[in-house]
Structure formats: structure tokens, C-alpha cells
Design a protein around this ligand. Structure first.
Ligand code: UTP
Length: 295
């Protein structure tokens, strides 16, 4: 198995949990401190060796495309002023990887979004990073998932252990056995299960290494949960019968992660990231201690 070089980042969702902010602006462009959520995700892909990036976009995603393009007027203004620091901040996003775009053609589910990447990906395995899922900056999760893919030939999903009371927000796995180090073979998936029927406490998060055979499986799927074409339904088919697309292995992730598409998680992410920053942290942390006495 060759190491993947292509990353697919779906950003065509409607972001309804974040209305009204997402009425005319993609949720992936909301800032975490001073950088849009999507830039953290693209930086992670590039850092992990995935230099070809395909965004699956939808309507009203122009702000996102503009963010990764050059901004001539702004750049010349900063150049004239000799403000190299801000100029670098503006140019950072433009210099990330080779970025491509394709439209999903309606938010019909994550599986449907991934299928839109078929001609870009061809016959190679590829990574999928959800555009609203942010991992701590030192995370080597994707590299580890690529190693596991190389060693097993299976598709790989990232897992976190969550309390039973939260499993209904995620796809959950039915394990095929015990953990071998940080990996576990997956027997099946259940999308957003109720706590009492969840097959485990292991929840799927927004990082995947997928085999290209999954495209054919997705193409034949009927709409599933939420009347959407679900990526987990395709992964279930491969997990149940490994002769279809090589089966599925999970890799556990123990680091910090934020679902920036969820309001409370977004607020926590903003505070945590700011509190670690040299320019903001000291003052913010003092204020947070004072504030915590008020509430
Ligand atoms: P979510 O389910 O979190 O996104 O999908 P959503 O549908 O935009 O959010 P809510 O629930 O309405 O608030 C995870 C990722 O998959 C993308 C989203 O943009 C998000 O980054 N996605 C989802 C698509 O690209 N297309 C889809 O049809 C669905």
C-alpha cells in the first residue's frame, strides 16, 4: 500500500447548528481566536504529508475559496506599510498545498460529498478530514492512521472514547475483538445510536483513510439516517465483509479535539486555544479566574 497524498475536505454542509451565523457564511470560516477553523484542518493535512487537497464545496462557500487565494489589494497595502508580520499572516493560507474545488450538488450527506471526489482521487487510497473537526496542533493522528493503512490494507477510522450519554451524537463502532495497542478491528458501525443500544463507547471522529473501492459501494447506497447518503453505511458494508474494500480498522485518539460545528464545543475551543497563546493567554487566564468566581 502506498502512502496517500490526497486529502478530501467536505465543507458543503448547511451548518444548521450554527444559525444564524451560517446563513450566508460557511461554518468552516468561523474563527478560532484569529484563524478560520478550516485553516487549522488544512494545516494538519499539509503537515501530515497530504499536499493535494480537494474541497467539496456547496453554495455560499466563496469566502472559503477567497481565503485560500491571494488577496492582491490587501497584500500590496501591507507591503507599502512594511508590515511583514501581517503580510505573512495573509500569505500563509495561500501557500498551503495544492488546493482544488468541486461542488457537491446539494448537501445530501457525507457519503455523497465524498463520492464527489471520485475523479480527483482515482484508484489511490485517500484521506478525508471533516472541515469542522479540529485536532490539537501537535497531533500526529493522520500519520499514524496512514501507517496503519499501509500495514493492514484496510480503511482506517479515528476513534475517541466518549461517555455513553454522548454516543448518540456520533457514529459508534461494534468492535471485532480487543485493542491491539492503539488499533482495533471494526465489525460494524451504528450511526448516532441511543445509549442503550450503542455497540461500544467508541465514537468515530472526522478523520478517515479510505480505499478507493469505497466509491463503488457509496454509489449504490440508498439514503440512510437523516435521509442522507451516509459514509458510515459504506464503511459498515466493508467492515462486515472485508473482501469488499479491505475491511476497516479503528485507531484511538487520546489528544485534544474540538467539534467546531457545535456551539458549546466551539466556545471551549476558542478559550482553550487562546489560553495557550503567548500574546493572549496570561491576560485571558487571569480574567478567567476572576470570572469563574462570578458564576
Ligand atoms: P455535519 O453533519 O457536522 O455538517 O457534517 P452540517 O450538516 O453542515 O452541520 P449541521 O448539523 O447542519 O450543523 C460534517 C462535515 O461534513 C460536511 C460538513 O460541511 C462538515 O464539514 N458535509 C456534510 C458535506 O460536505 N456535505 C453534506 O452533505 C453533509
Amino acid at each position: 500500500m502506498r502512502l496517500p497524498t490526497k486529502a478530501v475536505i467536505p465543507v458543503a454542509g448547511l451548518g444548521t447548528r450554527f444559525l444564524p451565523a451560517t446563513k450566508a457564511m460557511p461554518k468552516e470560516m468561523l474563527p478560532l481566536v484569529d484563524k478560520p477553523v478550516i485553516q487549522y484542518v488544512v494545516e494538519e493535512a499539509v503537515r501530515s504529508g497530504l499536499s493535494d487537497i480537494l474541497f467539496i464545496t456547496g453554495r455560499d462557500k466563496y469566502a472559503l475559496e477567497n481565503h485560500f487565494d491571494s488577496a492582491e489589494a490587501l497584500e500590496s497595502r501591507l507591503e507599502e506599510k512594511g508590515d511583514d508580520e501581517k503580510l505573512a499572516l495573509v500569505q500563509d493560507a495561500t501557500n498551503l498545498g495544492n488546493i482544488h474545488y468541486v461542488r457537491q450538488g446539494g448537501a445530501k450527506g457525507l457519503g455523497h460529498a465524498v463520492l464527489a471526489a471520485k475523479s480527483f482521487v482515482g484508484h489511490e487510497s485517500f484521506a478525508v478530514l471533516l472541515g469542522d473537526d479540529v485536532l490539537e496542533e501537535s497531533s500526529a493522528l493522520l500519520e499514524r492512521m496512514m501507517q496503519v493503512h499501509q500495514a493492514t490494507g484496510s480503511s482506517v477510522v479515528a476513534l475517541v472514547e466518549v461517555p455513553k450519554s454522548e454516543i448518540h451524537k456520533y457514529g459508534s463502532i461494534k468492535p471485532a475483538g480487543d485493542f491491539d495497542g492503539d488499533t482495533i478491528k471494526v465489525a460494524d458501525f451504528v450511526e448516532k445510536p441511543k445509549a442503550d443500544v450503542a455497540p461500544s463507547n467508541y465514537a468515530v471522529i472526522g478523520r478517515y483513510i479510505l480505499r478507493p473501492e469505497l466509491f463503488d459501494i457509496i454509489a449504490k447506497l440508498e439514503p440512510g439516517a437523516g435521509d442522507e447518503i451516509q459514509l458510515t453505511d459504506a464503511l459498515s458494508i466493508s467492515a462486515r465483509d472485508a473482501s469488499l474494500a479491505g475491511g476497516v480498522v479503528g485507531v484511538i485518539f487520546n489528544g485534544e479535539r474540538y467539534d467546531a460545528g457545535d456551539k458549546l464545543e466551539y466556545i471551549k475551543a476558542t478559550v482553550r486555544l487562546a489560553s495557550k497563546r503567548a500574546d493572549l493567554g496570561p491576560e485571558l487566564n487571569t480574567w478567567l479566574k476572576e470570572f469563574s468566581k462570578e458564576i
